[in-house]
Design a protein around this ligand. Structure first.
Ligand code: G3D
Length: 197
């Protein structure tokens, strides 16, 4: 799988390096997804254990790149201030969900809603990746979307859900393209509103 995203519009040269925080419950597949993006293959990894375990730079062609910073969420209140401070400076958020574990979707929903509602993240585009779609008993994207209550999230934050698999790579490119598009749109809107002031 390649990493050819739409070219950066010339009016946004500062967008050459985007910073995106990747969050989700432990074992959702965050590290596997990033390795898939970086190496274009599935790399077996040990589940992240709460702390900031990975920072991965994915080239997008030319001098552009997205730096992904991975955090686990849920069950470790002590770490929350730390990743919240990263969220403050991020261009976008990727929230990874394990679609094959219906019993953990409620926990994921609570964390996702906390993130979207927190003041640091107002307006920051969010891509929800319904991962592990290759697993036979995985819930469909529509089911995951409903479980997570995404349609209820009526905020200024733009969001998009994409089904994917770190094993096959399916869906990842489309998800990233959508995230990229949402980030560009927000940057453009912010610039326009600044100019008007
Ligand atoms: P984390 O970084 O979110 O903690 P990992 O999660 O990337 O370490 O993945 C946790 C487990 O899920 C790993 O298996 C990994 O191989 C598996 N996994 C990740 N993504 C997918 C996927 O898309 N499909 C399938 N079938 N499995 C996936 P183990 O066995 O090491 O726990």
């Amino acid at each position: 799988m390649g990493n050819q995203l739409a070219p950066v519009p010339p009016f946004m040269p500062h967008l050459q390096a985007l910073h995106v925080v990747v969050v989700g419950l432990d074992a959702a597949g965050k590290t596997s997804l990033l390795y898939r993006l970086k190496f274009q293959e599935f790399v077996k990894s040990a589940p992240t254990k709460g702390f900031n375990m990975e920072k991965i730079r994915v080239p997008l062609g030319g001098s552009r790149a997205i730096t992904f910073q991975v955090w686990d969420v849920g069950g470790q209140e002590k770490l929350r201030p730390l990743w919240k401070s990263y969220m403050r400076r991020t261009d976008g958020v990727v929230f990874v969900v394990d679609s094959s574990e219906a019993e953990r979707l409620e926990e994921a929903r609570v964390e996702l809603h906390k993130i979207v509602r927190s003041s640091e993240n107002q307006g920051v585009p969010m891509l929800v990746l319904a991962n592990k779609q290759d697993v036979v008993q995985a819930l469909s994207v529509a089911e995951v979307e409903k479980f997570l209550g995404l349609p209820e999230l009526c905020t200024s934050t733009s969001n998009h859900i994409q089904g994917c698999s770190a094993v096959s790579g399916q869906g990842l490119q489309q998800g990233l393209e959508k995230l990229y598009e949402m980030i560009l749109k927000r940057k453009k809107a912010l610039r326009t509103s600044k100019k008007k002031r």
